[in-house]
Ligand binder design. Structure first.
Ligand code: BGP
Length: 471
């Protein structure tokens, strides 16, 4: 690519506490909602009993191996690492009077390690987990009390880490409660629409309060939102399909609209009325929501289609996020449809909509890796995927979109969020562990490691133009 990404562009990778750290009850940590989902975010919930198996209890042992892993990220040239704080390390029950010092001390060490290499941390306050106690005793985010608990947690970590952490995100994929209420909000899965939208409202208020606290406590920090960028195209040019796609995109853009504009959009008021949902929104909530995010961020893996035709809708039932398949796109081994051009489209859409800087904080290909006879992993499929997506980020920057950075998902193999598999690998770095928990946990550089290193060193010039069937 003849284009060079701006010098200020942040290059790196993204991980989440519950998918890498392990040590799920070490140093006073409380159980989190993730700890009772051994089969992943969409799998059954279990009651923990001594001796049971949850791959996340050890995960990839980042809790102890972070110095080695951060050194490898540095070797690739990362200028940024997105990671999350496990809320239950800081407040084991969520509503404790005092924070857990050992939990804070652990993240002190991690941030110091990053600082040593000049790697900018981008920290998510809540990535698909909350203290289990809050889910069990407060019905998760359905309770208004949780807003206060979250704000207290946010203030504690801003105070403690503010001198070293200047980039923050509130909730990972805040729109996920629409698809998975327990993972997103600690709600029972069979909760009513009324409960679901009330919980979402509380989360949006909590997010705004965290933004305010961040602005007060760390005036030179930037704090963003984070959405699952689930773009839908109309399946056909039939106007009813076009309208359907717009409506379905509104379902998730709603979150960005509230977080970036500071109030509920009119289309959502109509939708809630149609659903028969009446949200308790106080005058104080309305005031709180006015504190908007500094930047927009999202995860991007796939796109899908929308159709007003009931037959097409039926066919999509059971698909990830119930998206209708796009006949023009290939898919990953897990059925996620691969769409690099869609990333450029989405970046432009969000830029047009909000005129705020945008950070691509997750993108990547989950694939099974095989070692060749020499013990090497030649993951050209991953290189192809990332090359084409990054190329489109470069195109979007040239379109004029202000893109702050790109953190690919899972720069080191980690536990899959949706399925809790180790075999669904995203990394540039291989981790020797299988789905049953066997393996030495040893790290190994894949071919993509050296590729990403070159891309970063060349500020994107090493990217090659993807070949599409149409351009
Ligand atoms: C996002 C989550 C991540 C991550 C990623 C890949 O939805 O924010 O935590 O895991 O998806 O998904 P999976 O791990 O299910 O392949």
């Amino acid at each position: 690519m003849s284009f060079r990404f701006p010098d200020s562009f942040l290059w790196g990778g993204a991980i989440a506490a519950n998918q890498v750290e392990g040590s799920h009850v070490a140093d006073g940590k409380g159980l989190s909602t993730s700890d009772v989902q051994p089969k992943g975010a969409f799998g059954e919930l279990v009651k923990r009993v001594p001796g049971d198996f949850n791959i996340k209890d050890i995960a990839i042992d980042f809790y102890h191996r972070y110095p080695e892993d951060i050194a490898l990220f540095n070797e690739m040239g990362f200028s940024c690492l997105r990671l999350s704080i496990a809320w239950s390390r800081i407040f084991p029950n969520g509503n404790d009077a005092q924070p857990n010092e050992a939990g804070l001390a652990y993240y002190d060490k991690v941030f110091d390690e990053l600082k040593q290499y000049g790697i900018t941390p981008l920290v998510t306050l809540s990535h698909y987990e909350m203290p289990l106690h809050l889910a069990e005793h407060y019905q998760g985010w359905a309770s208004r009390d949780v807003i206060g608990f979250f704000e207290k947690y946010a203030r504690v970590v801003f105070e403690r880490f503010g001198s070293r952490v200047k980039h923050w995100l509130t909730f990972n994929e805040i729109n996920v409660t629409l698809d998975e209420p327990f993972t997103g909000s600690g709600l029972p899965r069979d909760c009513s629409e009324q409960t679901r939208y009330q919980a979402i409202h509380h989360q949006l208020v909590a997010s705004a309060k965290a933004v305010k606290a961040c602005h007060e406590i760390i005036p030179d920090a930037q704090i963003g939102n984070m959405m699952l960028g689930a773009v839908l195209y109309p399946l056909t040019s039939h106007p009813a399909d076009v309208l359907k796609a717009q409506r379905q995109n509104h379902d998730w853009l709603f979150f960005g609209d509230v977080q970036a504009r500071g109030y509920y959009p009119s289309y959502m008021k109509r939708k809630l009325a149609q659903l028969g949902v009446t949200i308790d929104i106080t005058a104080e909530d309305e005031q709180a929501l006015k504190e908007t995010v500094d930047f927009i961020s999202f995860s991007y893996y796939m796109t899908g289609c929308a159709s007003a035709d009931p037959k097409e809708q039926q066919k999509a039932k059971g698909n990830m996020l119930e998206m209708i398949a796009n006949p023009y796109l290939d898919k990953s081994e897990w059925g996620w449809q691969i769409d690099p051009i869609g990333l450029r489209y989405l970046l432009n859409l969000l830029w047009d909509r909000y005129q705020k800087p945008i950070f691509v904080v997750e993108n990547g290909l989950g694939a099974k890796d095989q070692m060749n006879a020499q013990g090497e992993i030649e993951d050209d499929y991953r290189i192809d995927y990332l090359n084409s997506h990054l190329y489109e980020v470069g195109e979007a920057i040239q379109d004029g979109v202000e893109v702050m950075g790109y953190t690919s998902w899972g720069p080191i193999d980690l536990v899959s969020a949706s399925t809790a598999q180790m075999s669904k690998r995203y990394g540039f770095i291989y981790v020797d562990r299988d789905d049953e928990g066997h393996g030495s946990l040893e790290r190994k550089r894949k071919k993509s490691f050296f590729w990403y290193q070159k891309v970063i060193a060349s500020k994107g010039e090493a990217l090659t133009k993807p070949i599409y069937t149409r351009s």
